[in-house]
Design a binder for this molecule. Sequence first.
Ligand code: GLC
Length: 590
Amino acid sequence: MTITDDAPADGSTMAETVGEATTERIGDADWWRTAVVYQVYPRSFSDSDGDGVGDLAGVRGRLPYLHELGVDAIWFTPWYSSPLADGGYDVADYRTIDPVLGSLEEAELLIVQARELGIRTIVDIVPNHVSDRHAWFQDALAAAPGSPERDRFWFRQGRGVDGSLPPTDWESSFGGGTWTRTTDQDGTPGEWYLHLFAPEQPDLNWQNADVRAEHEDVLRFWFDRGAAGVRIDSAGLPVKDPSLPDMRGVSGYGAGEHPHLDRDELHDIYRAWRRVADSYDEPRVLVAEVWLADADRFAAYLRPDEIHTAFNFDFMTGPWRADAVRAVIDATLRSHAPVGAPATWVLSNHDITRPVTRLGRAETSFSFDAKRFGTPTDRALGERRARAAALLAAGLPGVLYVYQGDELGLPEVEDLPRESITDPMHFRSGGVDPGRDGCRVPLPWTSTGSAFGFSPDGASTTPWLPQPRDWGPLSVQAQSQDPSSMLSLYRSALRLRRAEPALRSERFSWVPQRASGVLSFARGDDLICIVNFGPHDHALEPDADILLASAPLVGGALPPDTAVWLRRRPGAAHPAPPETALHPSDQQRS
Ligand code: GLC
Protein backbone atom coordinates (compact mmCIF):
# COMPACT_ATOMS: atom_id res chain seq x y z
CA MET A 1 0.00 0.00 0.00
CA THR A 2 1.46 3.36 -0.92
CA ILE A 3 1.33 5.87 1.83
CA THR A 4 -0.16 8.83 0.13
CA ASP A 5 0.98 11.78 2.07
CA ASP A 6 -0.81 15.02 1.66
CA ALA A 7 1.56 16.22 -1.04
CA PRO A 8 1.51 14.26 -4.28
CA ALA A 9 4.74 12.68 -5.43
CA ASP A 10 4.87 14.60 -8.71
CA GLY A 11 5.19 17.87 -6.85
CA SER A 12 1.93 19.31 -8.13
CA THR A 13 0.18 21.60 -5.76
CA MET A 14 -2.85 20.36 -3.91
CA ALA A 15 -3.28 23.57 -1.99
CA GLU A 16 -6.94 23.98 -2.75
CA THR A 17 -8.87 25.94 -0.27
CA VAL A 18 -12.55 26.10 0.33
CA GLY A 19 -14.30 27.78 -2.58
CA GLU A 20 -11.27 28.12 -4.83
CA ALA A 21 -10.80 26.69 -8.29
CA THR A 22 -10.39 22.95 -8.31
CA THR A 23 -8.00 22.52 -11.17
CA GLU A 24 -4.87 21.97 -9.09
CA ARG A 25 -5.55 18.27 -8.72
CA ILE A 26 -5.42 17.72 -12.44
CA GLY A 27 -1.66 17.11 -12.29
CA ASP A 28 -2.06 14.46 -9.63
CA ALA A 29 -1.50 10.94 -10.99
CA ASP A 30 -3.08 9.43 -7.89
CA TRP A 31 -6.28 11.44 -8.27
CA TRP A 32 -8.37 8.26 -8.54
CA ARG A 33 -7.45 7.14 -5.01
CA THR A 34 -9.45 9.88 -3.32
CA ALA A 35 -11.69 11.19 -6.09
CA VAL A 36 -15.30 12.26 -5.89
CA VAL A 37 -16.90 10.69 -8.95
CA TYR A 38 -20.29 11.96 -10.09
CA GLN A 39 -22.42 9.54 -12.08
CA VAL A 40 -24.30 11.07 -14.98
CA TYR A 41 -27.21 9.21 -16.53
CA PRO A 42 -27.18 11.33 -19.70
CA ARG A 43 -30.83 10.92 -20.71
CA SER A 44 -31.94 12.34 -17.40
CA PHE A 45 -29.38 15.01 -16.63
CA SER A 46 -30.12 18.02 -18.83
CA ASP A 47 -31.93 18.42 -22.16
CA SER A 48 -30.45 21.17 -24.36
CA ASP A 49 -32.62 20.77 -27.47
CA GLY A 50 -36.08 20.39 -25.96
CA ASP A 51 -36.84 16.84 -27.13
CA GLY A 52 -37.48 15.68 -23.57
CA VAL A 53 -34.29 13.58 -23.43
CA GLY A 54 -31.08 14.73 -21.79
CA ASP A 55 -28.04 15.10 -24.05
CA LEU A 56 -24.33 15.84 -24.06
CA ALA A 57 -24.76 19.53 -24.90
CA GLY A 58 -27.00 19.62 -21.83
CA VAL A 59 -24.19 18.20 -19.71
CA ARG A 60 -21.73 20.72 -21.17
CA GLY A 61 -24.06 23.51 -20.15
CA ARG A 62 -24.09 22.20 -16.59
CA LEU A 63 -20.35 21.74 -16.17
CA PRO A 64 -20.14 24.88 -14.00
CA TYR A 65 -22.68 23.24 -11.68
CA LEU A 66 -20.53 20.13 -11.37
CA HIS A 67 -17.46 22.27 -10.87
CA GLU A 68 -19.13 24.18 -8.08
CA LEU A 69 -20.34 20.95 -6.52
CA GLY A 70 -16.69 19.93 -6.36
CA VAL A 71 -16.44 16.67 -8.27
CA ASP A 72 -13.18 15.29 -9.69
CA ALA A 73 -14.66 13.10 -12.41
CA ILE A 74 -17.87 12.25 -14.22
CA TRP A 75 -18.78 8.67 -15.03
CA PHE A 76 -21.22 8.54 -17.93
CA THR A 77 -23.51 5.53 -18.19
CA PRO A 78 -23.40 4.36 -21.85
CA TRP A 79 -23.77 7.15 -24.35
CA TYR A 80 -23.22 5.05 -27.47
CA SER A 81 -25.66 4.19 -30.26
CA SER A 82 -28.19 1.85 -28.76
CA PRO A 83 -31.71 0.65 -29.42
CA LEU A 84 -32.25 1.15 -25.67
CA ALA A 85 -33.49 -2.30 -24.78
CA ASP A 86 -31.66 -1.78 -21.46
CA GLY A 87 -31.16 1.95 -21.02
CA GLY A 88 -28.07 1.99 -23.28
CA TYR A 89 -26.42 -1.12 -21.78
CA ASP A 90 -27.17 -2.71 -25.13
CA VAL A 91 -24.44 -1.08 -27.19
CA ALA A 92 -24.82 -1.17 -30.98
CA ASP A 93 -21.61 0.73 -31.76
CA TYR A 94 -18.95 1.85 -29.30
CA ARG A 95 -17.49 4.36 -31.71
CA THR A 96 -20.58 6.48 -32.22
CA ILE A 97 -22.66 8.51 -29.81
CA ASP A 98 -26.39 7.89 -29.80
CA PRO A 99 -27.79 10.64 -32.09
CA VAL A 100 -30.40 11.54 -29.46
CA LEU A 101 -27.54 12.40 -27.09
CA GLY A 102 -25.24 14.17 -29.57
CA SER A 103 -22.25 13.28 -31.70
CA LEU A 104 -18.68 12.13 -31.31
CA GLU A 105 -17.51 15.73 -31.73
CA GLU A 106 -19.86 16.72 -28.92
CA ALA A 107 -18.41 14.02 -26.65
CA GLU A 108 -14.86 15.13 -27.45
CA LEU A 109 -15.75 18.73 -26.69
CA LEU A 110 -17.36 17.69 -23.45
CA ILE A 111 -14.27 15.77 -22.38
CA VAL A 112 -12.07 18.78 -23.13
CA GLN A 113 -14.32 21.36 -21.47
CA ALA A 114 -14.78 19.22 -18.38
CA ARG A 115 -11.05 18.78 -18.14
CA GLU A 116 -10.55 22.55 -18.33
CA LEU A 117 -12.60 22.72 -15.16
CA GLY A 118 -10.54 19.99 -13.54
CA ILE A 119 -13.13 17.28 -14.13
CA ARG A 120 -12.12 13.98 -15.73
CA THR A 121 -14.36 11.75 -17.81
CA ILE A 122 -14.96 8.05 -17.27
CA VAL A 123 -16.86 6.11 -19.94
CA ASP A 124 -18.81 2.88 -19.53
CA ILE A 125 -17.67 -0.33 -21.26
CA VAL A 126 -19.91 -3.39 -21.32
CA PRO A 127 -17.74 -6.46 -22.04
CA ASN A 128 -20.31 -9.13 -21.26
CA HIS A 129 -22.66 -8.40 -24.14
CA VAL A 130 -23.56 -6.13 -27.04
CA SER A 131 -26.86 -5.13 -28.57
CA ASP A 132 -28.55 -7.57 -30.90
CA ARG A 133 -28.28 -4.73 -33.46
CA HIS A 134 -24.49 -4.66 -33.18
CA ALA A 135 -22.91 -5.44 -36.57
CA TRP A 136 -21.19 -8.51 -35.15
CA PHE A 137 -24.44 -10.05 -33.99
CA GLN A 138 -26.19 -9.26 -37.24
CA ASP A 139 -23.27 -10.91 -39.08
CA ALA A 140 -23.53 -13.91 -36.77
CA LEU A 141 -27.23 -14.33 -37.45
CA ALA A 142 -26.59 -14.20 -41.18
CA ALA A 143 -23.72 -16.71 -40.95
CA ALA A 144 -23.93 -20.48 -40.67
CA PRO A 145 -23.62 -22.54 -37.48
CA GLY A 146 -19.97 -23.15 -36.70
CA SER A 147 -18.86 -19.98 -38.55
CA PRO A 148 -16.23 -17.57 -37.19
CA GLU A 149 -18.99 -14.93 -36.94
CA ARG A 150 -21.02 -17.12 -34.60
CA ASP A 151 -17.95 -18.01 -32.54
CA ARG A 152 -17.85 -14.45 -31.18
CA PHE A 153 -21.05 -15.30 -29.27
CA TRP A 154 -22.49 -18.39 -27.59
CA PHE A 155 -24.52 -20.13 -30.28
CA ARG A 156 -25.51 -23.72 -29.48
CA GLN A 157 -27.90 -26.38 -30.67
CA GLY A 158 -30.91 -26.82 -28.39
CA ARG A 159 -31.51 -29.93 -26.37
CA GLY A 160 -34.24 -32.52 -26.81
CA VAL A 161 -34.99 -34.47 -29.98
CA ASP A 162 -35.89 -31.42 -32.02
CA GLY A 163 -33.54 -29.01 -30.28
CA SER A 164 -36.45 -27.10 -28.82
CA LEU A 165 -35.05 -27.00 -25.29
CA PRO A 166 -32.48 -24.36 -24.30
CA PRO A 167 -28.86 -25.52 -24.00
CA THR A 168 -28.70 -24.82 -20.22
CA ASP A 169 -31.14 -24.14 -17.37
CA TRP A 170 -29.55 -20.81 -16.42
CA GLU A 171 -31.82 -18.00 -15.28
CA SER A 172 -31.48 -14.36 -16.24
CA SER A 173 -31.11 -11.73 -13.54
CA PHE A 174 -33.76 -9.83 -15.51
CA GLY A 175 -36.13 -12.79 -15.10
CA GLY A 176 -36.77 -15.67 -17.49
CA GLY A 177 -34.27 -17.88 -19.28
CA THR A 178 -30.90 -16.96 -20.78
CA TRP A 179 -31.26 -18.49 -24.26
CA THR A 180 -33.23 -17.40 -27.30
CA ARG A 181 -33.70 -19.53 -30.37
CA THR A 182 -32.85 -18.12 -33.78
CA THR A 183 -34.65 -18.73 -37.04
CA ASP A 184 -32.64 -19.90 -40.03
CA GLN A 185 -32.80 -18.26 -43.47
CA ASP A 186 -35.33 -20.87 -44.63
CA GLY A 187 -37.66 -20.05 -41.75
CA THR A 188 -36.92 -23.20 -39.73
CA PRO A 189 -35.86 -22.96 -36.06
CA GLY A 190 -32.11 -22.71 -35.71
CA GLU A 191 -29.49 -22.47 -32.98
CA TRP A 192 -29.95 -20.78 -29.63
CA TYR A 193 -27.81 -17.90 -28.34
CA LEU A 194 -26.92 -17.01 -24.77
CA HIS A 195 -27.91 -13.76 -23.04
CA LEU A 196 -27.46 -13.42 -19.28
CA PHE A 197 -29.62 -10.28 -19.43
CA ALA A 198 -32.33 -9.48 -22.01
CA PRO A 199 -32.58 -11.29 -25.38
CA GLU A 200 -31.52 -8.00 -27.00
CA GLN A 201 -28.15 -8.35 -25.19
CA PRO A 202 -26.32 -11.40 -26.62
CA ASP A 203 -23.31 -12.50 -24.55
CA LEU A 204 -19.87 -12.33 -26.13
CA ASN A 205 -17.49 -15.28 -26.15
CA TRP A 206 -14.31 -14.11 -24.45
CA GLN A 207 -12.37 -17.16 -25.66
CA ASN A 208 -12.56 -15.61 -29.11
CA ALA A 209 -9.51 -13.53 -30.02
CA ASP A 210 -11.59 -10.95 -31.97
CA VAL A 211 -13.56 -10.14 -28.82
CA ARG A 212 -10.43 -9.42 -26.84
CA ALA A 213 -8.79 -7.39 -29.59
CA GLU A 214 -11.93 -5.37 -30.26
CA HIS A 215 -12.34 -4.35 -26.63
CA GLU A 216 -8.74 -3.30 -26.28
CA ASP A 217 -9.22 -1.22 -29.40
CA VAL A 218 -12.38 0.36 -27.96
CA LEU A 219 -10.44 1.25 -24.81
CA ARG A 220 -7.79 2.97 -26.91
CA PHE A 221 -10.46 4.72 -28.97
CA TRP A 222 -11.78 6.46 -25.85
CA PHE A 223 -8.47 6.89 -24.07
CA ASP A 224 -7.09 8.56 -27.23
CA ARG A 225 -10.03 10.98 -27.01
CA GLY A 226 -9.10 11.97 -23.49
CA ALA A 227 -11.26 9.66 -21.40
CA ALA A 228 -9.49 9.28 -18.06
CA GLY A 229 -10.84 5.83 -17.42
CA VAL A 230 -13.54 3.25 -17.92
CA ARG A 231 -16.21 1.78 -15.72
CA ILE A 232 -16.46 -1.93 -16.52
CA ASP A 233 -20.05 -3.12 -16.56
CA SER A 234 -20.89 -6.53 -15.04
CA ALA A 235 -17.16 -7.18 -14.76
CA GLY A 236 -17.55 -10.57 -13.06
CA LEU A 237 -19.64 -12.13 -15.84
CA PRO A 238 -17.88 -12.14 -19.24
CA VAL A 239 -16.08 -15.50 -19.00
CA LYS A 240 -18.19 -18.69 -19.15
CA ASP A 241 -17.40 -22.32 -18.46
CA PRO A 242 -17.22 -23.57 -22.08
CA SER A 243 -18.85 -26.87 -21.11
CA LEU A 244 -21.98 -24.85 -20.23
CA PRO A 245 -23.09 -27.00 -17.28
CA ASP A 246 -26.59 -26.83 -15.83
CA MET A 247 -26.94 -25.08 -12.49
CA ARG A 248 -30.12 -26.53 -11.03
CA GLY A 249 -29.46 -28.88 -8.13
CA VAL A 250 -25.92 -27.58 -7.51
CA SER A 251 -25.76 -26.37 -3.92
CA GLY A 252 -22.70 -24.18 -4.27
CA TYR A 253 -19.51 -23.62 -6.22
CA GLY A 254 -15.86 -23.66 -5.30
CA ALA A 255 -13.78 -20.54 -5.93
CA GLY A 256 -13.77 -19.75 -9.64
CA GLU A 257 -16.01 -22.69 -10.51
CA HIS A 258 -19.34 -20.95 -11.08
CA PRO A 259 -20.31 -21.41 -14.76
CA HIS A 260 -20.50 -17.67 -15.46
CA LEU A 261 -19.44 -15.63 -12.43
CA ASP A 262 -15.98 -14.72 -11.20
CA ARG A 263 -14.11 -17.21 -13.39
CA ASP A 264 -10.33 -17.13 -12.92
CA GLU A 265 -9.73 -16.40 -16.61
CA LEU A 266 -11.18 -12.89 -16.12
CA HIS A 267 -7.99 -11.73 -14.46
CA ASP A 268 -5.98 -12.18 -17.64
CA ILE A 269 -8.43 -10.00 -19.53
CA TYR A 270 -8.23 -7.20 -17.00
CA ARG A 271 -4.45 -7.45 -16.79
CA ALA A 272 -4.37 -6.85 -20.53
CA TRP A 273 -6.71 -3.86 -20.07
CA ARG A 274 -4.44 -2.50 -17.36
CA ARG A 275 -1.50 -2.67 -19.74
CA VAL A 276 -3.50 -0.59 -22.21
CA ALA A 277 -4.41 1.89 -19.47
CA ASP A 278 -0.80 2.10 -18.25
CA SER A 279 0.53 2.73 -21.74
CA TYR A 280 -0.63 6.38 -21.61
CA ASP A 281 1.52 9.22 -20.29
CA GLU A 282 -1.22 9.90 -17.82
CA PRO A 283 -2.26 6.33 -17.03
CA ARG A 284 -5.96 5.70 -17.42
CA VAL A 285 -7.98 4.06 -14.67
CA LEU A 286 -10.34 1.10 -14.51
CA VAL A 287 -13.29 0.79 -12.14
CA ALA A 288 -15.26 -2.44 -11.98
CA GLU A 289 -18.84 -3.28 -11.28
CA VAL A 290 -18.40 -6.62 -9.49
CA TRP A 291 -21.09 -8.10 -7.29
CA LEU A 292 -19.34 -10.77 -5.20
CA ALA A 293 -20.03 -12.11 -1.73
CA ASP A 294 -16.45 -13.23 -1.13
CA ALA A 295 -14.34 -10.24 -0.08
CA ASP A 296 -11.02 -11.87 -0.95
CA ARG A 297 -12.20 -12.90 -4.41
CA PHE A 298 -13.44 -9.30 -4.84
CA ALA A 299 -10.08 -7.87 -3.78
CA ALA A 300 -8.26 -10.14 -6.24
CA TYR A 301 -9.58 -7.93 -9.05
CA LEU A 302 -7.84 -4.98 -7.41
CA ARG A 303 -4.31 -6.33 -7.43
CA PRO A 304 -1.73 -3.79 -8.58
CA ASP A 305 -1.64 -5.05 -12.16
CA GLU A 306 -5.41 -5.29 -12.60
CA ILE A 307 -8.35 -2.99 -11.93
CA HIS A 308 -7.78 0.19 -9.91
CA THR A 309 -11.03 0.27 -7.91
CA ALA A 310 -14.42 -1.45 -7.72
CA PHE A 311 -17.81 -0.42 -6.45
CA ASN A 312 -18.49 -1.24 -2.82
CA PHE A 313 -21.97 -2.69 -3.09
CA ASP A 314 -21.96 -4.10 0.45
CA PHE A 315 -21.84 -0.53 1.74
CA MET A 316 -24.64 0.52 -0.61
CA THR A 317 -27.00 -2.34 0.09
CA GLY A 318 -26.54 -2.82 3.84
CA PRO A 319 -28.99 -1.72 6.51
CA TRP A 320 -28.83 1.62 8.35
CA ARG A 321 -27.52 0.22 11.64
CA ALA A 322 -24.32 1.07 13.47
CA ASP A 323 -23.11 -2.52 13.87
CA ALA A 324 -23.84 -3.40 10.24
CA VAL A 325 -22.21 -0.24 8.87
CA ARG A 326 -19.17 -0.73 11.05
CA ALA A 327 -18.85 -4.35 9.93
CA VAL A 328 -18.94 -3.30 6.27
CA ILE A 329 -16.35 -0.57 6.78
CA ASP A 330 -14.06 -2.98 8.64
CA ALA A 331 -14.45 -5.71 6.03
CA THR A 332 -13.87 -3.23 3.21
CA LEU A 333 -10.68 -1.76 4.64
CA ARG A 334 -9.40 -5.17 5.65
CA SER A 335 -9.88 -6.69 2.20
CA HIS A 336 -8.51 -3.71 0.27
CA ALA A 337 -5.35 -3.17 2.36
CA PRO A 338 -3.38 -6.24 1.18
CA VAL A 339 -3.81 -5.33 -2.49
CA GLY A 340 -3.13 -1.63 -1.93
CA ALA A 341 -6.37 -0.49 -3.54
CA PRO A 342 -8.48 2.36 -2.21
CA ALA A 343 -12.01 1.56 -1.09
CA THR A 344 -15.01 3.11 -2.77
CA TRP A 345 -18.11 4.36 -0.97
CA VAL A 346 -21.30 4.18 -2.97
CA LEU A 347 -24.76 5.13 -1.71
CA SER A 348 -26.72 4.50 -4.86
CA ASN A 349 -26.67 4.35 -8.65
CA HIS A 350 -29.00 4.03 -11.64
CA ASP A 351 -30.02 0.49 -10.59
CA ILE A 352 -30.85 1.08 -6.90
CA THR A 353 -33.72 2.64 -4.93
CA ARG A 354 -32.86 6.27 -4.08
CA PRO A 355 -31.42 6.64 -0.53
CA VAL A 356 -34.04 9.16 0.63
CA THR A 357 -36.72 6.56 -0.06
CA ARG A 358 -34.80 3.44 0.97
CA LEU A 359 -33.55 4.85 4.27
CA GLY A 360 -37.03 6.01 5.26
CA ARG A 361 -38.39 2.48 5.29
CA ALA A 362 -38.60 0.01 8.16
CA GLU A 363 -36.23 -2.25 6.20
CA THR A 364 -33.36 -0.09 5.02
CA SER A 365 -31.24 -2.67 3.21
CA PHE A 366 -31.52 -3.23 -0.54
CA SER A 367 -31.73 -6.33 -2.67
CA PHE A 368 -33.01 -6.78 -6.21
CA ASP A 369 -35.02 -9.84 -5.19
CA ALA A 370 -36.86 -8.09 -2.42
CA LYS A 371 -37.26 -4.68 -3.97
CA ARG A 372 -39.59 -3.12 -1.47
CA PHE A 373 -41.74 -1.21 -3.80
CA GLY A 374 -44.84 0.36 -2.35
CA THR A 375 -43.78 -0.27 1.25
CA PRO A 376 -44.39 2.85 3.33
CA THR A 377 -41.60 5.39 3.44
CA ASP A 378 -41.11 8.09 6.05
CA ARG A 379 -39.66 10.73 3.72
CA ALA A 380 -38.51 13.07 6.50
CA LEU A 381 -36.67 10.22 8.23
CA GLY A 382 -35.25 9.03 4.91
CA GLU A 383 -33.95 12.48 4.13
CA ARG A 384 -32.43 12.87 7.56
CA ARG A 385 -30.62 9.55 7.23
CA ALA A 386 -29.57 10.25 3.63
CA ARG A 387 -27.94 13.48 4.85
CA ALA A 388 -26.11 11.61 7.60
CA ALA A 389 -25.13 8.87 5.15
CA ALA A 390 -23.65 11.48 2.81
CA LEU A 391 -21.36 12.80 5.54
CA LEU A 392 -20.46 9.27 6.59
CA ALA A 393 -19.55 8.24 3.04
CA ALA A 394 -17.72 11.47 2.25
CA GLY A 395 -15.77 11.14 5.51
CA LEU A 396 -14.35 7.68 4.78
CA PRO A 397 -10.94 7.11 3.15
CA GLY A 398 -11.01 6.37 -0.57
CA VAL A 399 -13.27 7.22 -3.49
CA LEU A 400 -16.75 8.69 -3.15
CA TYR A 401 -19.42 8.05 -5.78
CA VAL A 402 -22.38 10.42 -6.07
CA TYR A 403 -25.28 9.42 -8.32
CA GLN A 404 -26.90 12.40 -10.04
CA GLY A 405 -29.82 13.75 -8.05
CA ASP A 406 -28.71 12.27 -4.73
CA GLU A 407 -27.10 15.63 -4.01
CA LEU A 408 -30.63 17.05 -4.36
CA GLY A 409 -32.15 14.36 -2.15
CA LEU A 410 -34.45 13.22 -4.93
CA PRO A 411 -36.74 10.41 -3.84
CA GLU A 412 -37.50 7.27 -5.85
CA VAL A 413 -40.48 8.00 -8.10
CA GLU A 414 -42.78 5.14 -7.24
CA ASP A 415 -45.87 6.10 -9.20
CA LEU A 416 -44.55 6.36 -12.76
CA PRO A 417 -47.33 5.74 -15.27
CA ARG A 418 -46.92 2.19 -16.54
CA GLU A 419 -46.82 3.35 -20.14
CA SER A 420 -43.72 5.45 -19.48
CA ILE A 421 -41.69 2.59 -17.96
CA THR A 422 -38.84 1.36 -20.16
CA ASP A 423 -36.84 -0.97 -17.92
CA PRO A 424 -36.58 -4.62 -19.06
CA MET A 425 -36.49 -5.70 -15.41
CA HIS A 426 -40.09 -4.56 -15.21
CA PHE A 427 -41.25 -6.26 -18.39
CA ARG A 428 -39.39 -9.51 -17.89
CA SER A 429 -40.86 -9.90 -14.40
CA GLY A 430 -44.33 -9.70 -15.88
CA GLY A 431 -44.75 -6.29 -14.28
CA VAL A 432 -44.12 -7.62 -10.75
CA ASP A 433 -40.77 -5.84 -10.38
CA PRO A 434 -41.21 -2.07 -10.61
CA GLY A 435 -37.91 -1.85 -12.44
CA ARG A 436 -35.28 0.85 -12.08
CA ASP A 437 -36.83 3.83 -13.85
CA GLY A 438 -37.92 5.37 -10.54
CA CYS A 439 -34.35 6.49 -9.84
CA ARG A 440 -33.77 7.70 -13.41
CA VAL A 441 -36.32 10.51 -13.58
CA PRO A 442 -34.93 13.74 -15.13
CA LEU A 443 -33.40 16.25 -12.72
CA PRO A 444 -35.19 19.46 -11.66
CA TRP A 445 -32.96 22.49 -12.25
CA THR A 446 -35.40 25.37 -11.67
CA SER A 447 -38.33 25.82 -9.30
CA THR A 448 -40.76 26.38 -12.17
CA GLY A 449 -40.72 26.25 -15.95
CA SER A 450 -40.54 23.53 -18.59
CA ALA A 451 -39.84 20.32 -16.78
CA PHE A 452 -38.29 22.32 -13.94
CA GLY A 453 -35.51 23.52 -16.23
CA PHE A 454 -34.59 20.02 -17.43
CA SER A 455 -35.66 21.12 -20.92
CA PRO A 456 -35.15 24.66 -22.26
CA ASP A 457 -37.84 27.22 -21.59
CA GLY A 458 -40.79 26.92 -23.91
CA ALA A 459 -40.10 23.29 -24.87
CA SER A 460 -43.39 21.60 -25.54
CA THR A 461 -42.31 18.00 -25.05
CA THR A 462 -42.47 16.42 -21.63
CA PRO A 463 -39.45 14.58 -20.24
CA TRP A 464 -39.10 10.93 -21.27
CA LEU A 465 -39.96 9.98 -17.70
CA PRO A 466 -42.43 12.36 -16.07
CA GLN A 467 -41.25 14.32 -13.04
CA PRO A 468 -43.45 14.55 -9.93
CA ARG A 469 -45.32 17.85 -9.77
CA ASP A 470 -43.87 18.72 -6.36
CA TRP A 471 -40.21 18.70 -7.43
CA GLY A 472 -39.84 22.50 -7.67
CA PRO A 473 -38.50 22.86 -4.10
CA LEU A 474 -36.02 20.07 -4.82
CA SER A 475 -34.57 21.92 -7.81
CA VAL A 476 -30.99 23.15 -7.97
CA GLN A 477 -32.30 26.72 -8.07
CA ALA A 478 -34.40 26.35 -4.91
CA GLN A 479 -31.75 24.46 -3.00
CA SER A 480 -28.92 26.78 -3.96
CA GLN A 481 -30.62 29.56 -2.03
CA ASP A 482 -31.16 27.46 1.07
CA PRO A 483 -28.12 26.91 3.30
CA SER A 484 -29.86 24.02 4.99
CA SER A 485 -30.65 22.12 1.77
CA MET A 486 -29.23 18.75 0.75
CA LEU A 487 -27.37 20.48 -2.08
CA SER A 488 -25.75 22.94 0.31
CA LEU A 489 -24.73 20.04 2.55
CA TYR A 490 -23.11 18.21 -0.38
CA ARG A 491 -21.35 21.34 -1.55
CA SER A 492 -19.95 22.01 1.91
CA ALA A 493 -18.92 18.40 2.43
CA LEU A 494 -17.09 18.19 -0.89
CA ARG A 495 -15.36 21.53 -0.30
CA LEU A 496 -14.15 20.38 3.08
CA ARG A 497 -13.01 17.09 1.61
CA ARG A 498 -10.77 19.05 -0.72
CA ALA A 499 -9.62 21.53 1.87
CA GLU A 500 -8.82 19.07 4.67
CA PRO A 501 -5.71 17.02 3.91
CA ALA A 502 -6.76 14.47 6.54
CA LEU A 503 -9.87 13.66 4.52
CA ARG A 504 -7.78 12.94 1.45
CA SER A 505 -5.23 10.90 3.33
CA GLU A 506 -5.56 7.18 3.93
CA ARG A 507 -5.55 7.59 7.69
CA PHE A 508 -8.50 6.07 9.47
CA SER A 509 -9.08 4.74 12.98
CA TRP A 510 -12.14 4.01 15.08
CA VAL A 511 -12.72 6.11 18.17
CA PRO A 512 -14.49 4.09 20.87
CA GLN A 513 -17.88 5.31 21.97
CA ARG A 514 -19.76 4.30 25.07
CA ALA A 515 -23.15 4.72 23.49
CA SER A 516 -24.24 1.83 21.35
CA GLY A 517 -25.60 2.95 18.02
CA VAL A 518 -22.91 5.61 17.61
CA LEU A 519 -19.95 5.26 15.26
CA SER A 520 -17.00 7.58 15.51
CA PHE A 521 -13.81 7.57 13.51
CA ALA A 522 -10.74 9.76 13.27
CA ARG A 523 -9.15 10.95 10.04
CA GLY A 524 -5.66 12.23 10.60
CA ASP A 525 -4.74 13.75 13.94
CA ASP A 526 -7.72 15.83 14.86
CA LEU A 527 -10.61 15.34 12.46
CA ILE A 528 -13.46 13.19 13.72
CA CYS A 529 -16.63 11.96 12.04
CA ILE A 530 -19.44 10.82 14.33
CA VAL A 531 -22.69 9.23 13.19
CA ASN A 532 -25.57 8.66 15.56
CA PHE A 533 -27.69 5.72 14.36
CA GLY A 534 -29.34 5.32 17.78
CA PRO A 535 -32.60 6.63 19.19
CA HIS A 536 -31.07 9.09 21.73
CA ASP A 537 -29.16 12.36 21.53
CA HIS A 538 -25.41 11.80 21.82
CA ALA A 539 -23.39 14.33 23.83
CA LEU A 540 -20.36 15.65 21.92
CA GLU A 541 -17.01 16.39 23.48
CA PRO A 542 -16.79 20.10 24.34
CA ASP A 543 -13.22 20.73 23.13
CA ALA A 544 -14.03 20.50 19.47
CA ASP A 545 -15.07 22.78 16.62
CA ILE A 546 -17.96 21.66 14.49
CA LEU A 547 -16.99 21.71 10.81
CA LEU A 548 -20.22 20.38 9.38
CA ALA A 549 -23.34 18.65 10.67
CA SER A 550 -26.06 16.90 8.71
CA ALA A 551 -28.76 18.41 10.97
CA PRO A 552 -28.76 21.06 13.70
CA LEU A 553 -27.24 19.95 16.98
CA VAL A 554 -29.44 20.09 20.06
CA GLY A 555 -27.74 21.69 23.04
CA GLY A 556 -24.33 20.49 21.90
CA ALA A 557 -25.58 16.96 21.34
CA LEU A 558 -25.91 14.96 18.16
CA PRO A 559 -29.54 13.99 17.54
CA PRO A 560 -30.55 10.57 16.16
CA ASP A 561 -29.80 9.86 12.48
CA THR A 562 -27.34 12.73 12.32
CA ALA A 563 -23.65 12.90 11.42
CA VAL A 564 -21.07 15.52 12.26
CA TRP A 565 -17.50 16.32 11.23
CA LEU A 566 -15.57 18.04 13.97
CA ARG A 567 -12.03 19.10 14.75
CA ARG A 568 -10.52 18.60 18.14
CA ARG A 569 -8.93 21.76 19.46
CA PRO A 570 -5.16 21.64 19.98
CA GLY A 571 -4.45 20.32 23.45
CA ALA A 572 -7.90 18.82 23.82
CA ALA A 573 -7.80 15.58 25.73
CA HIS A 574 -8.20 12.60 23.47
CA PRO A 575 -11.41 10.88 24.52
CA ALA A 576 -9.64 7.57 24.14
CA PRO A 577 -6.79 6.11 22.12
CA PRO A 578 -7.72 4.81 18.71
CA GLU A 579 -9.38 1.47 19.14
CA THR A 580 -8.16 -0.01 15.90
CA ALA A 581 -5.67 1.05 13.33
CA LEU A 582 -6.86 -0.93 10.38
CA HIS A 583 -4.93 0.90 7.82
CA PRO A 584 -1.22 0.32 7.18
CA SER A 585 -0.64 4.05 7.01
CA ASP A 586 -2.01 4.39 10.53
CA GLN A 587 0.28 1.71 11.75
CA GLN A 588 3.29 3.35 10.16
CA ARG A 589 2.47 6.75 11.53
CA SER A 590 1.56 5.74 15.06
C1 GLC B 1 -25.13 -3.37 -15.01
C2 GLC B 1 -25.79 -2.02 -15.17
C3 GLC B 1 -27.27 -2.22 -15.38
C4 GLC B 1 -27.47 -3.08 -16.61
C5 GLC B 1 -26.71 -4.39 -16.50
C6 GLC B 1 -26.66 -5.15 -17.81
O1 GLC B 1 -25.54 -4.00 -13.85
O2 GLC B 1 -25.53 -1.21 -14.06
O3 GLC B 1 -27.93 -1.01 -15.51
O4 GLC B 1 -28.83 -3.35 -16.78
O5 GLC B 1 -25.38 -4.18 -16.13
O6 GLC B 1 -25.81 -4.48 -18.70
